[in-house]
Write a protein that binds this ligand. Structure first.
Ligand code: FCB
Length: 460
């Protein structure tokens, strides 16, 4: 059943910048497991998401086996990006394609795939932004404890060394982790994402070990890749109490969601609300190992969170209902552009780093009309409102240097499978035919006009 039209779309406050900052980067993002498919080809080892899918834990029993078949169709996808006019593409590398066992002998066929992708991007004039980890831990490492073991930081550093040595001649933009708070909370806290572990006893060490892995990877990249520009990508969403009695739960949820990674990584300390919980895992010197200088702050943002206390859940807090009059996307994510403006101002001021928005987008059940066109007007409205809020944040002083839409293609939306579509391009999964949606044309026009206005005039 479709939702009634939104009653209220909270406007965002303030005027907008008229000109985009010079060198503003327009891009688009994806991730390995969500698009590549070919999960058993050319020596790739299984990841925790293969296992999760095989256990029928994804909606509709979907798996990533084929996904968007990007492994074989990457050239077509790069050509589409070129049409879109993006300057940069953020993708992730599948650790188990390079190291089928997570460590040990590298897999040349897997390494060669990203050579082909990177070379195709460079030939198309699109800068590759390589993210080392977007949630697809090699299953062999999970079997050894995965992120709950301190050894994971060393495994990640070795994997980073392989990536840096192989691609560092052509890739300069590196992200260590995508949304560490999201994959630790869902995979190790709530337990409804891979690898399906639950409770604070798994969540807290996983957080600390991911932070250690981040610091170790920054050091490796700095040492091996001249002129590397390194960051991490955080999902930061204001966490508001669903009701007056949920204030404490919302504050704790917010500490896990927004602060558990950026604070130690950028400022060298866990937030006060988490200090006690992290104490058993923090050894002497760890915070200095984690807090390594980075060059930029990656921000993913979709909506605010309305949090509630949840005494029966594994963490004591959870997602509450948004107020009835707040607009929502078809997958019930609150639409609140002003929370995006506020978030941009907050992270820019607090971490004093250039901010790149590396994900923002709209998920729904898009379908072609009788003529095969996908008229995703609601996605366009969403993007307009959020990009407008970003312009306001810039006008108010936020140092935002780029915007990457999520996502290039409809893809495997984790536990929701293929039913939820976030792409600017529609993927007909049975045939793998790609059809640009109306939002693709809208975004292409936006990039074109933003870049024209932004282009410095040639000296006469
Ligand atoms: C983010 C993830 C991304 C995608 C979007 C919709 O949390 O980083 O992979 O699933 O949400």
């Amino acid at each position: 059943m479709s939702k009634p039209a939104p009653k209220r779309l909270p406007g965002s406050s303030g005027s907008r910048v008229k000109r985009w900052p010079h060198d503003f980067i327009w891009g688009v993002s994806t991730s390995s497991f969500q698009i590549e498919g070919a999960t058993r080809e050319d020596g790739r080892g299984p990841s925790i998401w293969d296992t999760f899918g095989a256990a029928s834990r994804v909606a509709n029993r979907d798996t990533g086996d084929i996904a968007c078949d990007h492994y074989h169709r990457y050239a077509e996808d790069v050509a589409l990006m070129r049409k879109l006019g993006v300057q940069a593409y953020r993708f992730s590398v599948a650790w188990s394609r390079l190291l089928p066992q997570g460590r040990g002998a590298p897999n040349e066929a897997g390494l060669a795939f990203y050579d082909r992708l990177i070379d195709a991007l460079l030939a198309a004039g699109i800068e590759p932004w390589l993210c080392l980890y977007h949630w697809d831990l090699p299953q062999a490492l999970d079997d050894l404890g995965g992120w709950t073991t301190r050894d994971a930081a060393g495994w990640f550093a070795d994997y980073t060394t392989l990536v840096a040595r192989r691609y560092g001649d052509r890739v300069k933009r590196f992200a260590t982790f995508n949304e560490p708070s999201v994959f630790t909370l869902f995979g190790y806290g709530f337990g409804d994402s891979a690898p399906g572990k639950k409770g604070l006893a798994a969540l807290n060490p996983a957080i600390h070990n991911v932070n250690l892995a981040h610091g170790a990877a920054v050091d490796v990249l700095r040492a091996l890749v001249p002129k590397a520009l390194i960051g991490a990508i955080h999902n930061y969403q204001p966490c508001w109490p669903a009701t007056a009695t949920d204030a404490a739960a919302a504050a704790l949820f917010g500490a896990y969601w927004n602060l558990a990674f950026p604070e130690p990584q950028c400022l060298g300390a866990y937030p006060a609300r988490l200090t006690k919980a992290m104490e058993p895992y923090v050894q002497a010197g760890d915070l200095a190992r984690i807090c390594r200088p980075v060059d930029w702050f990656g921000l993913n943002h979709y909506s605010p969170i309305y949090a509630k206390a949840d005494a029966s859940g594994p963490l004591g807090f959870g997602f509450g209902p948004a107020p009835a009059d707040v607009a929502r996307t078809p997958i019930e994510w609150p639409i609140y552009p002003d929370a995006f403006r506020e978030t941009l101002l907050t992270v820019s001021a607090r971490y004093q780093l250039p901010v790149y928005v590396l994900e923002n987008g709209f998920g729904g059940p898009d379908a072609p009309d009788a003529k095969g066109a996908i008229k995703d007007e609601r996605r366009i409205e969403f993007l307009k409102a959020y990009i407008g809020a970003m312009q306001q944040a810039i006008a108010q002083g936020a140092d935002v240097r780029g915007y990457f839409a999520w996502s290039l293609l409809d893809n495997f939306e984790w536990g929701s499978g293929y039913g939820v579509r976030f792409g600017l391009i529609y993927v007909d999964y049975p045939t793998q035919k790609r059809t640009p949606k109306a939002s693709f044309r809208w975004y292409a026009d936006l990039i074109k006009s933003a870049r024209q206005k932004d282009e410095p005039k040639a000296a006469s």
